[in-house]
Ligand binder design. Structure first.
Ligand code: APR
Length: 231
């Protein structure tokens, strides 16, 4: 029986692929009002502004390549049962080789009907414009979880974390809920790692069996994967 590894990732793991993080220097939210472009209220007020925002991010993500952190996490599957839980909406984990990826906040390459959320379409890197409709004739929207909306995969994600033998956190500020609460679902006995260029060491050291690695994702993840593959 393979040991179970669960990984929680955020924007920091895609930073070295050239995709902007949200907070901190050069963060996406420094240039946009998050509630205008990433909330359900913003969508109702000005859907074109929201569509344009995600069209830009979708194009950026399609031009980005997975980095060593993504591919090293995929390498863990040779020895472990690995579940990636990501807050990211890019598909770099999948393109990096991971086969079990839960997207808590949705996926840039998917559009969905505004009439029936079960109607989801893979649009790759294509734009969504006003007037693009689903098979029922309703406007398409990004298949993204916006502020003010429920996180449908949260129950699945918290169950996964509660079963982890090893829990790894990579590149997230742990400021957005409910995703950030996943940290508290990991068993006390689980071996834990947090990899971040600026981890909150004081906070993290309060979590049992937590190893804090202050480094960029590609180096920190490589170091941990090397230990787990050859330890
Ligand atoms: N390597 C490792 N960590 C990094 C790197 C890097 N190269 N660059 C930045 N980081 C770290 C930062 O120190 C920070 O802890 O990544 C984290 C990025 O934090 P945020 O920008 O807040 O991104 P994230 O935690 O994913 O945001 C969560 O907020 O706006 C919403 O839905 C959006 O999913 C997103 C959620």
């Amino acid at each position: 029986m393979k040991q179970k590894i669960v990984v929680l990732t955020g924007a920091g793991i895609s930073a070295e692929s050239g995709i902007q993080t949200f907070r901190g220097a050069g963060g996406l939210w420094n240039g946009y009002n998050v509630m205008e472009v990433a909330s359900i209220d913003g969508w109702h007020k000005n859907p074109k502004l929201v569509l344009d925002f995600y069209n830009l991010r979708r194009a950026d993500a399609a031009n980005a390549q997975p980095n060593l952190a993504h591919t090293e996490l995929a390498r863990l599957e040779q020895k472990y049962d690995v579940t990636i839980i990501t807050q990211n909406v890019d598909d770099l984990h999948e393109r990096g080789g991971s086969t079990k990826v839960l997207h808590l906040h949705g996926k840039l390459r998917e559009a969905r009907s505004t009439q029936n959320e079960q109607l989801v379409y893979d649009i790759g890197a294509n734009a969504i414009e006003l007037g693009d409709i689903c098979e029922m004739g309703s406007q398409l929207r990004p298949n993204i979880v916006w502020f003010g909306e429920m996180v449908p995969l949260m129950e699945t994600a918290s169950h996964e974390v509660s079963q982890a033998d090893i829990f790894i956190i990579v590149g997230t500020s742990l400021l957005v809920y409910p995703a950030a609460s996943l940290v508290h679902y990991a068993p006390k006995t689980a071996q834990k790692y947090i990899i971040d260029i600026a981890p909150d060491e004081r906070e993290m050291k309060r979590i049992p069996n937590m190893h804090v690695i202050a480094n960029k994702a590609s180096l920190g993840v490589s170091q941990v994967v090397e230990q787990l593959m050859n330890g």
